[in-house]
Design a protein around this ligand. Structure first.
Ligand SMILES: NC(=O)c1ccc[n+]([C@@H]2O[C@H](COP(=O)([O-])OP(=O)(O)OC[C@H]3O[C@@H](n4cnc5c(N)ncnc54)[C@H](OP(=O)(O)O)[C@@H]3O)[C@@H](O)[C@H]2O)c1
Length: 167
């Protein structure tokens, strides 16, 4: 897998990025940064109140970029990455919507205890969220991008590849 060059702000304008774990931290900052480049954003996470705050920040940044907002500028979808049903709902919400960029950011660290002391629930939560959920969503998004004929996937944290390189 090769690295692609960092896209210019102007080349990003008008694109749409789906950012998971957009309610805080790196995901929220990434969403606002994209919005400041005139990128439409689809924000997912579990905490609706935090997502609403990030949506407001994205709209402000998007406005500052000089682009005109509409109902598709920032779309919020509450979803638990560990829930198959939630991810199917996310995929359904993407229908009919162009998607150019996926930022697979949602995740957490559980089970910091020594090996042998880690709780089963922590193992399940980590794997279902960070691994299974990420793969399920990526599958859905890649299918979506294949149908529309283009897109860029960004596996967290640092690898980029184009659709041509993926398939
Ligand atoms: N910060 C670092 O130094 C560092 C280093 C290496 C890797 N990472 C990874 O980078 C990503 C972002 O880190 P961060 O520091 O920005 O963490 P953060 O502030 O805790 O953000 C994590 C995000 O993931 C979401 N999330 C967690 N569990 C989820 C679930 N089951 N379903 C849906 N969303 C879920 C959270 O949203 P809700 O709680 O609202 O659902 C939140 O928006 C994480 O995957 C983390 O493991 C971070």
């Amino acid at each position: 897998m090769s690295f692609m060059s960092i896209p210019s702000r102007s080349s990003l304008q008008g694109k749409t990025a789906l950012i998971t774990g957009a309610s805080s931290g790196i995901g929220a900052s990434t969403a606002v940064l994209f919005a400041s480049c005139g990128v439409n954003t689809v924000l997912t996470a579990r905490r609706a109140d935090k997502l609403a705050e990030v949506k407001e920040r994205c709209l402000a940044a998007y406005n500052d970029s000089g682009a005109t907002c509409d109902e598709n500028t920032v779309v919020v979808i509450e979803a638990d990455m560990s829930s198959k049903v939630d991810l199917e709902r996310v995929a359904a919400r993407l229908e009919g919507r162009r998607l150019d960029i996926l930022v697979n950011n949602a995740g957490m660290v559980r089970g910091r205890e020594h090996a042998g002391d880690i709780a089963d629930d922590d193992i399940d939560a980590m794997v279902q969220t960070n691994v299974v959920g990420l793969i399920r969503l990526t599958q859905a998004v890649v299918r979506h991008m294949k149908k529309q004929g283009s897109g860029v996937r960004e596996p967290f944290p640092s690898q980029h590849c184009t659709m041509d390189e993926l398939f």
